[in-house]
Design a protein around this ligand. Structure first.
Ligand SMILES: Nc1ncnc2c1ncn2[C@@H]1O[C@H](COP(=O)(O)OP(=O)(O)O)[C@@H](O)[C@H]1O
Ligand SMILES: [Mg+2]
Length: 379
C-alpha cells in the first residue's frame, strides 16, 4: 500500500489515525478560521484571524507581499499547524493546536504559483493521476478527464507534455488537475503571477468561469487588486498578519474602513487634516465636508479616489470642498488625463479628468472634492 501512495508521509498517516473526525468532512464546505495564529521565530505571520467563507464562495486573500496570505492558505490546507485557533470546514474541526488532519485527507486541491505539473506525464495523465490514485475505474476516469479538459479548453492538447505548453495552458492544466478530483475546497496561491499581463487578465475571467461551473468553495491568494476585483465574491484584505477588512468587491472599494484598504484598492488620495466637526476636516485651504465615516480626535484623513476629484479651469463657486491649485503635471492616457495638482500650501492630489480638459503644468486650476465621495478615516 505504501508503495502505491508515495506522496503520503508516514507521520501524516499516524497523525490522521489519531484524529476523530477524519472520515466525516461533510459535503457542504463552509470554511471557518477561528482566532487562527502562526508565528515563525516569535514573529507572527498570521495574527489571530477570524474569517467565515460560506459554501460555494470564491474568497480572495488580498494584500502585499509578506502579509500572511500563503501562511493562511497553508494553515487551511493542513501543511502548517496553528499555534492557536482552529480551522473548520463544514463544521468539522480540521486543525487546532492539539490535532491537525493531514492535507491528503482534507478533500482540498491546491494550485501553486509554479503549477507543479508532472513533466513526464501528458496533460491527460496529469489530470487523471489523482483519480487513478483513488482507484477509480478506467472508464470513469476517461469520462471525467474528458469533461474537465473540455471545460478548461484543453481537449486538443491532452496528449502534450507540460514542456510543450504555454504558461497559460500549463496554468489551465494545473487547474484541471485540481478540479478533477472534485475537491470540497479549492486553494489557489498566486496562480497567475507567472503569466504575462494580457494572459493574466484573460485567466482571471477563466478562473471565475470555472468557479461558476463547479462552485467549489475557493480560497484564492493574490497581491493583485484587479485580479481580486474580477474573480472574487468576497475580498479579504490582509496586512501584517491580520484582516483589515472583508467584504464584497463593491463594499471594499466604496466603503474602505482604513487608510490601508483605501490606498491598496484603487487609486485614491489620502488627505490628512484638522477635525472641525464630526464630518468636516480642514487642510491647506480646503474645508472638506464628508459623507461617510466619523472623525474622532483632532486629526483625521479623508480618502477620495482619483476619478472622483473634479477639475476645472473656472472656480466651482461651492462653499466647501473646493480650492484653487496649480497643475504640476498632466499625462494624456487616451480616454482621460491624469493630473497632479498642488494646493496653495503644497498638498498634492491626483485626479483623472476628461480628455478635453488640457491644461499645461504651471496653469491655475480649480479642484472640487464632492462631499459624497469624501470618506473620513482615522488619521
Ligand atoms: N516557513 C517559514 N519560516 C519562517 N518564516 C516564514 C515562513 N513562512 C512564512 N514566513 C514569514 O511569515 C510572513 C508571512 O509570509 P507569507 O504568508 O508567505 O506572506 P505572503 O504570502 O502574504 O507574501 C513573512 O514575514 C514570512 O517571511
Ligand atoms: Mg505568498
Amino acid at each position: 500500500m505504501a508503495g502505491e501512495l508515495p506522496d503520503v508521509p508516514r507521520s501524516a498517516t499516524v497523525r490522521q489515525r489519531s484524529f476523530p473526525f477524519d472520515r466525516c468532512i461533510p459535503l457542504m464546505a463552509k470554511v471557518e478560521l477561528v482566532r487562527l495564529s502562526k508565528s515563525y521565530g516569535g514573529q507572527p505571520a498570521v495574527d489571530g484571524i477570524d474569517l467565515e467563507i460560506p459554501d460555494g464562495v470564491l474568497a480572495c486573500l488580498l494584500g502585499p507581499s509578506g502579509c500572511g496570505k500563503t501562511t493562511t492558505l497553508r494553515l487551511i490546507a493542513g501543511f502548517v499547524e496553528p499555534d492557536t485557533g482552529e480551522v473548520r470546514v463544514g463544521g468539522a474541526l480540521l486543525s487546532s493546536r492539539e490535532r491537525t488532519l493531514a492535507p491528503e485527507f482534507r478533500r482540498m486541491s491546491m494550485v501553486f504559483q509554479s503549477y507543479a505539473l508532472w513533466p513526464h506525464m501528458t496533460v491527460a495523465e496529469n489530470v487523471a493521476y489523482g483519480l487513478r490514485l483513488r482507484g477509480m475505474p478506467r472508464e470513469e476516469v476517461r469520462r471525467r478527464v474528458d469533461a474537465i479538459l473540455s471545460v478548461t479548453r484543453l481537449s486538443t492538447l491532452s496528449g502534450r507534455y507540460p514542456g510543450e505548453l504555454s504558461g497559460g495552458q500549463q496554468q489551465r492544466a494545473a487547474l484541471a488537475r485540481a478540479l478533477a478530483v472534485e475537491p470540497q475546497t479549492l486553494l489557489l496561491d498566486e496562480p497567475l503571477s507567472n503569466l504575462d499581463a494580457n494572459l493574466r487578465e484573460e485567466m482571471r475571467f477563466e478562473i471565475r468561469r470555472l468557479h461558476d461551473a463547479y462552485r467549489y468553495t475557493t480560497v484564492y491568494v493574490t497581491h493583485d487588486q484587479a485580479e481580486a476585483m474580477t474573480a472574487a465574491d468576497l475580498i479579504v484584505v490582509m496586512n501584517g498578519g491580520r484582516i483589515e477588512q472583508a467584504g464584497s468587491p463593491q463594499d471594499i472599494y466604496q466603503h474602505p474602513r482604513s487608510r490601508f484598504v483605501a490606498s491598496f484598492i484603487g487609486g485614491t488620495n489620502i488627505l490628512e487634516g484638522e477635525v472641525l466637526a464630526r464630518d468636516t476636516v480642514a487642510l491647506d485651504g480646503l474645508v472638506l465636508r464628508c459623507r461617510e465615516g466619523e472623525a474622532e480626535g483632532e486629526r483625521a484623513a479623508v480618502s477620495i479616489r482619483h476619478h472622483e476629484v473634479q477639475l476645472s479651469g473656472e472656480p466651482f463657486g461651492a462653499e466647501t470642498n473646493g480650492a484653487a491649485g496649480t497643475v504640476v503635471r498632466q499625462i494624456y492616457l487616451g480616454a482621460h488625463r491624469d493630473y497632479l495638482v498642488a494646493l496653495a500650501g503644497g498638498t498634492q492630489l491626483r485626479a483623472s479628468a476628461p480628455m478635453e480638459l488640457d491644461l499645461a503644468p504651471g496653469t491655475s486650476i480649480y479642484v472640487y472634492l464632492p462631499p459624497e465621495n469624501c470618506r473620513l478615516l482615522a488619521a
